[in-house]
Design a protein around this ligand. Structure first.
Ligand code: PLP
Length: 437
C-alpha cells in the first residue's frame, strides 16, 4: 500500500546505516541538505528508484518529489537512459580525448537554449557557475560579481555569501573559509528589487563584471520573477557594461526545452546548466555567445579544464535526455498539469485545515510556504515561513510515503513519471498531514 509504506521495521536499517556513515563521512552525507537537519529525525538511505518511486534500505517505498533535486525529469531509471549508459560503459568510461558524443551534446544544447551559441561541458553546476564568473571577469576585466540573497549557485567561494539551498537551510549563508577579499568581490542585491541592483551599479560603477541570477529563484523555495524583473536586469547590465548570467541549473530544460530564457523571453550573455543535462550523471555546462565563449582556452586566454569533462557516460545519458525533451514537448504540458493539480490540492488542504500558506508555482516547480503572508515575492517574504511547521509537515508526509524536500527552502520537482494517481495520493496524504499541524 503506497499510502502507508512503513513496514514493521520502520526505519531501523536506515538508522543503523546512518550512524555508521557518520563515523566516516562528515555529518553522514556528501551534501548537507540530505541529512534532514532542519526537519529533524534521521535521513533514510536509498537503495533504488524507478519511475516516480524511490525505495529505502528498509524497503519502504515513497512517491519521490525530489528527483535528485531536479535531474530526474523523466523519472528514475528511465529505460532508454539506462540503456545508453550501459552501451557507453562497455566502450570505456573515460578517455581524456575528444569524442563524437561531445559535439552531439553541444549541438543539442545549442539547438535548445536560445541564447547559447557555444558550450563547454564541466562536471557539476558548481563548476559551471565558477567557470562562468571567471569567464565574465576575464572578458570584462572587472572583479565584482553581483548576486541575489537567497539564490544558490553551488558552493564556489564567491557564491557562499547570503546563499540559498543547504546553506540557508542550515543557517550558514556565509560560510567560514571564504576569505574577506572574495567576500568583498561579491555584492548582494534583493531578488525582485531592481532598485537594489541600480544602487550597487551606481556605487560600484565600472567594477561589476556580471550579474548572476536564478531566473526563477528555486533555492529559497520557489520565488517567481516579478513582471519586468528579468528585463530590468537585462537593461541594467547592458547599460553598465556588465554581463548577465542566468543560472539555469534548475530551470534549464525544465520550464521549457529552452529553459527560463525561452519561457520568459529574456536572453542572458552566459547560461549555466547542470542537473537535467546529465540524466542523473555528474555534469554541468556553461555557454553563451560565440564571441564570449571563444575567449576560453584553448581558443582564447581564459583557462578552464577538466579530466572528466564531457565524460562519455554522462554525454550518452544527457543526449538521450535532451533528445527526449526536445522531441516530446507535450511533456511540458503534462508536467505543468500535474504540478497545478498538486498546487490546487495543497491550497485546498490549507483551506480545509484553516492554516495560512502560499503555494508558488511555475511549470513543474513549486513550493508550499507556511507563512502568514499573502504572497511570497522576496527573500524577506520567504524568511517569514514557519520552519517548524514545515518540518512537521515533512515528517508526516514521509511517514505517509511521500518524499518531499527535507527543507522549507527547496522546491518540489514534478517528473514525467508522476501519474494522476501519484498526485492524488500525494494530495490526500498532504491534506491529512495538514489537519495534524
Ligand atoms: N545553481 C543552481 C541554481 C543550483 O540549484 C545548484 C544546485 O542545486 C547549483 C548551481 C550547483 O550545482 P551542483 O550541485 O551540481 O554543483
Amino acid at each position: 500500500n503506497s499510502n502507508s509504506p512503513l513496514g514493521a521495521r520502520g526505519h531501523q536499517n536506515s538508522k543503523t546505516a546512518f550512524k555508521q556513515a557518520c563515523e566516516v563521512i562528515p555529518g553522514g552525507v556528501n551534501s548537507p541538505v540530505r541529512a534532514f537537519k532542519s526537519v529533524g529525525g534521521q535521513p533514510v538511505l536509498i537503495k533504488k528508484a524507478s519511475g516516480s518511486r524511490i525505495t529505502d534500505i528498509d524497503d519502504n517505498e515513497y512517491i519521490d518529489f525530489i528527483g535528485s533535486w531536479g535531474p530526474m525529469i523523466l523519472g528514475h531509471a528511465y529505460p532508454p537512459i539506462v540503456e545508453a549508459i550501459q552501451q557507453a560503459a562497455v566502450l570505456g568510461t573515460s578517455y581524456g580525448a575528444p569524442t563524437l558524443l561531445e559535439t552531439e551534446m553541444a549541438e543539442l544544447i545549442v539547438s535548445m537554449m536560445p541564447s547559447v551559441e557555444m558550450v563547454r561541458m564541466v562536471n557539476s553546476g558548481t563548476e559551471a557557475t565558477m567557470s562562468a564568473i571567471r569567464l565574465a571577469r576575464g572578458v570584462t576585466g572587472r572583479s565584482k560579481i553581483l548576486k541575489f540573497a537567497g539564490c544558490y549557485h553551488g558552493h564556489g567561494d564567491s557564491f557562499l555569501i547570503k546563499a540559498g539551498s543547504g546553506a540557508l537551510t542550515l543557517g550558514l549563508p556565509d560560510s567560514p573559509g571564504v576569505t574577506e577579499s572574495t567576500a568583498r568581490d561579491t555584492l548582494t542585491a534583493n531578488y525582485n528589487d531592481l532598485e537594489s541592483v541600480e544602487k550597487l551599479f551606481a556605487q560600484y560603477a565600472n567594477e561589476i563584471a556580471a550579474v548572476i541570477v536564478e531566473p526563477v529563484a528555486a533555492n529559497m523555495g520557489v520565488v517567481l520573477p516579478k513582471n519586468g524583473f528579468l528585463e530590468g536586469l537585462r537593461k541594467l547590465t547592458e547599460d553598465n557594461g556588465a554581463l548577465l548570467i542566468f543560472d539555469e541549473v534548475i530551470t534549464g530544460f525544465r520550464l521549457a526545452p529552452g529553459g527560463a530564457q525561452e519561457y520568459f523571453g529574456v536572453m542572458p550573455d552566459i547560461t549555466t546548466m547542470g542537473k537535467i543535462i546529465g540524466g542523473g550523471l555528474p555534469v554541468g555546462a556553461y555557454g553563451g555567445k560565440k564571441e564570449i565563449m571563444l575567449q576560453l582556452a584553448p581558443a582564447g586566454p581564459i583557462y578552464q579544464a577538466g579530466t572528466l569533462s564531457g565524460n562519455p557516460l554522462a554525454m550518452a545519458a544527457g543526449i538521450v535526455m535532451l533528445k527526449t525533451l526536445k522531441e516530446n514537448s507535450d511533456i511540458y504540458s503534462k508536467l505543468a498539469r500535474h504540478a497545478e493539480m498538486l498546487e490546487n490540492g495543497l491550497k485546498e488542504g490549507l483551506d480545509k485545515a484553516g492554516i495560512k500558506g502560499v503555494v508558488n508555482r511555475v511549470g513543474s516547480l513549486l513550493t508550499l510556504f507556511f507563512t502568514e503572508n499573502d504572497s511570497v515575492e522576496s527573500f524577506e517574504d520567504v524568511m517569514t515561513s514557519d520552519k517548524d511547521r514545515y518540518a512537521k509537515f515533512f515528517r508526516l508526509s514521509l511517514e505517509a510515503g511521500i518524499y518531499m524536500a527535507p527543507s522549507q527552502f527547496e522546491a518540489v520537482f514534478i517528473s514525467n513519471a508522476h501519474t494522476d494517481e501519484d498526485i492524488l495520493a500525494t494530495i490526500a496524504a498532504a491534506q491529512e498531514a495538514m489537519k495534524q499541524l
